[in-house]
Design a protein around this ligand. Structure first.
Ligand code: SF4
Ligand code: SF4
Ligand SMILES: [Zn+2]
Length: 185
């Protein structure tokens, strides 16, 4: 459930749609441009990884460096990772997550993430862009709200790059293949 780039896969919209067989979320994903047959994933380190994440440059880079996650890299956080974190709220949280993972065990971190992305009223698992609980209707602070509530200080705190240049990264390569962009919330 820990993404190589730091995202928490348990709150991923693709993961939740597929693993909960959530037709509303499937429809939302399709509306944002994802072909229905491509909505599948059991997590970044599972045996069924969505094709976009299976082919991302972060995966290639950690494989080349023989590490599992970007937070284990001596060049963490590299410029590409920081730039990526600025493109979507859940990716901003991903960079923050990697910093947390340097300070705490994966087990402890996962426990916190599970709680963070669960409805406190009814226990339903929610996703990065849930605006309220889809089961009981309780209010929910999603990734957009978490990042914007911390706004400037969040970005200042989490966007500092490592000074040395990343290796093992195709120069100029984008981190995402040409997948249509999804709305931020
Ligand atoms: S699609 Fe990517 S972010 Fe979502 S669960 Fe799979 S590996 Fe994680
Ligand atoms: S160079 Fe960047 S993308 Fe590559 S492993 Fe290090 S932090 Fe991750
Ligand atoms: Zn609920």
């Amino acid at each position: 459930m820990v993404g190589i780039c730091g995202v928490y896969c348990g709150a991923c919209t693709t993961y939740r749609a597929y693993n909960d067989n959530d037709q509303t979320l499937f429809d939302w994903e399709v509306k944002t441009g994802m072909p229905r047959e491509e909505i599948y994933c059991k997590g970044c380190n599972s045996n069924l990884v969505n094709k976009w994440c299976a082919n991302c440059d972060f995966r290639k880079c950690v494989n080349a460096r023989k590490i599992a996650y970007c937070f284990q890299c001596e060049d963490f956080p590299c410029r590409k990772l920081v730039d990526f974190s600025k493109t979507r709220p859940h990716r901003a949280l991903g960079l923050r997550n990697l910093r947390q993972l340097k300070e705490m065990s994966v087990k402890e971190w996962l426990k916190k993430q599970e709680k963070r992305w669960t409805c406190s009223s009814c226990g339903k698992k929610l996703h990065w862009y849930s605006e309220k609980c889809s089961d009981c209707g309780a209010d929910f602070d999603n990734a957009t709200q978490e990042v914007s509530s911390k706004s400037k200080s969040f970005h200042e705190k989490h966007s500092k790059t490592h000074s040395s240049k990343p290796e093992g990264m195709a120069r100029g390569a984008g981190f995402e293949p040409a997948r249509p962009e999804r709305p931020q919330a």
